[in-house]
Ligand binder design. Structure first.
Ligand code: PEP
Ligand code: MG
Length: 587
């Protein structure tokens, strides 16, 4: 039966494919495709993990003290049964051999299929056995990762249960795949960057959550905040993701499929048409030259930036080098090599490297959600984190300074609000240069800029203009902090409003005070890549836009059609309107 699910549209286009559900597991699981030649070795990894965990559970079973509650021995027996169950093994084998999933991913995929069958069971006792299965799979995963395998928690039980045969389809692995998950961390998304997925959906997340931002950079249709999509969609269902409308259509009829296939072809034609603008300079009708820069997450993204005609990198989110490494931070040399690759990749064009911005919805590790802190977005994030660990920060500063030998580098500092944070940052920069001098290591000149993304910064512009060479407005956070809306929370996503008069005033002030001081102001939040806002930003005086390379041509098209001088009075009217969004629609 066809049904649709609504979420938030975050990355444009239509994707049609079979659903791949990524089950959330308490163990950090890598998802990647293996080669045909690796199938046997991958299956062998699962077999040996099963054997070892089996031996371990048997040992535990034998050592259960006589006076222990009877449930404990029964529980271990259930676990042993589940470990031996052929249905689990057969399902896992399917994912490895037919879909070429790595062993861990195959295990969590099969877990997802089987737990769904448990959920549908009438018998409450049997339904409860789902927890046992999750524990067994978790033990296997922990074993494969070389982590200690924790003792299962005894729960009251009546008798042991099994599960139904799954209804897996045995398509070949050439079928287009779309990814459906409850949540994906930015680090997960990064891993999917090289993958074959043609679209993705998550239950949670807001339009400017970092997961959505990375999705946009992948240029594949995506919907976030789809609430319970990962429960409603089943492994292998045919799914259409409409990234423009924020809709997911599950098990579509042939007529619907044809309609969306047509839309897909139209979008492809539009892309080809836009591609002709790659080399066209971004100049408005009244001759204003506009800098369209790229936001990147990895050094290799510089290739796409160049290919789309970016005139530089306006934001290199360096934190992506720090993520998914199980707490092991990259050292100075490793960072230097990465920055150097990005700088050389841009072939002489400027690269703005932002110092690490972890915390809030960008945990260092997928599993390290900062549950200890109630408000991580207001906590030890970005520059606060860097200043709290000067030796880590110094090594990043040294690496960035060294990369400036290879091209034009700008250094950008995130989330500043206080004068003392600014002073400490500059002191550490002096210290980093001295350390390099002492070691006799060459480094280059960098322009130093501040992100304006905390309302306190946007309201203290003279301070920032005194210290910094340039400013970069981070509207994603500026909106989050000004409107008191968690950018990653889909429940308040409807209140996340870039056109709120308060936001527009802060933007207009930053742009005009920057211009009056003769300092460059750029905008690197998601607003910069939204073509429906380009005219307004041009009218407000913005001349430097930084966005995902994939958004660049649409924004350029708007720039080419605009007369910035004529847009100025209109922009003033929009800024002072009670409901700016309505004014924009009227124009
Ligand atoms: C922003 O806040 O607008 C920004 C560009 O930084 P990030 O999205 O990485 O927080
Ligand atoms: Mg930010």
């Amino acid at each position: 039966m066809t049904f649709s699910i609504h979420g938030l549209a975050v990355a444009r286009g239509i994707a049609i494919g079979r659903a791949v559900l990524v089950a959330s597991s308490r163990v950090d699981v890598a998802h990647y495709f293996i080669e045909h030649s690796q199938i046997d070795a991958e299956l062998q990894r699962i077999t040996s993990a099963r054997q070892s965990v089996m031996q371990e559970v048997q040992r535990l079973h034998q050592s259960v003290p006589k006076d222990a509650p009877p449930e404990l021995a029964a529980l271990l027996e259930v676990h042993m049964m589940m470990l031996q169950d052929e249905m689990l093994a057969d399902g896992v084998k399917h994912w490895v051999t037919d879909r070429l999933y790595n062993a861990e991913w195959a295990l969590t995929s099969q877990l997802e299929v089987v737990t769904r069958q448990f959920d549908e069971m009438e018998d409450a006792y049997l339904r409860e056995r789902k927890g046992d299965l999750e524990q067994v799979v978790e033990r296997l995963l922990r074993h494969m990762k070389g982590l200690p395998t924790a003792l299962p928690q005894p729960t009251p039980r009546k008798s042991a249960g099994g599960w139904q045969q799954d209804q897996l389809l045995d398509d070949s692995h050439d079928v287009p795949l779309v990814l459906i998950a409850h949540d994906l961390s930015p680090a997960d998304m990064l891993q999917f960057k090289q993958s074959v997925f043609t679209g993705f959906v998550t239950d949670v997340g807001g339009k400017t959550s970092h997961t959505a931002i990375v999705a946009r950079s992948l240029d594949i249709p995506a919907v976030v905040g789809a609430r319970n999509a990962s429960h409603l969609v089943r492994q292998d269902d045919w799914v259409i993701i409409d990234g423009d409308a924020g809709v997911i259509i599950v098990s579509p009829s042939t007529i619907i499929l044809e309609e969306y296939a047509f839309k897909q072809r139209q979008a492809q034609l539009e892309r080809e048409r836009l591609a002709r603008l790659k080399k066209t300079p971004a100049v408005t009708l009244d001759g204003q030259k506009i800098d369209l820069l790229a936001n990147i997450e990895l050094p290799e993204d510089s290739q796409q930036a160049l290919a789309m005609g970016a005139v530089g990198v306006g934001l290199f989110r360096s934190e992506f080098l720090f993520m998914g490494r199980e707490g092991q931070l990259p050292n100075e040399e490793e960072q230097y090599q990465a920055y150097k690759r990005a700088v050389e990749g841009m072939k002489g064009l400027p690269v703005t490297i932002r110092t690490v911005d972890v915390g809030a919805d960008k945990p260092l590790d997928r599993t390290a959600k900062d549950e200890a802190h109630l408000n991580p977005a207001l906590g030890l994030r970005a520059i606060r984190w860097s200043l709290a660990d000067p030796s880590m920060f110094l090594s990043q500063l040294r690496a960035i300074l060294r990369s400036a030998v290879h091209g034009q580098v700008n250094l950008l500092i995130p989330m500043l609000a206080h004068a003392r944070e600014i002073r400490q940052t500059f002191e550490l920069l002096v210290q980093a240069r001295k350390q390099l001098d002492k070691r006799g290591v060459p480094y280059g000149d960098v322009r130093v800029g501040a992100m304006i993304e905390v309302p306190a910064a946007a309201l203290s512009l003279p301070l920032f203009l005194k210290y910094f060479d340039f400013l970069s407005i981070g509207t994603n956070d500026l909106i989050q902090y000004t409107l008191a809306i968690d950018r990653a929370d889909e429940q308040v996503a409807h209140l996340y409003d870039p056109l709120h008069p308060a936001i527009l005033h802060l933007l207009a002030d930053t742009i005009s005070q920057g211009a009056a001081a003769g300092k460059e102001v750029s905008l690197c939040g998601e607003m910069a890549g939204d073509p429906s806002l380009t005219r307004l930003l041009l009218g407000m005086g913005l001349r430097h836009f930084s966005m995902h390379p994939t958004q660049l041509l649409r924004v350029k098209q708007e720039v080419l059609r605009s007369d910035a001088t004529r847009l100025k009075p209109w922009a003033l009217k929009v800024i002072s309107a009670e409901e700016p969004a309505v004014e924009i629609l009227k124009s």
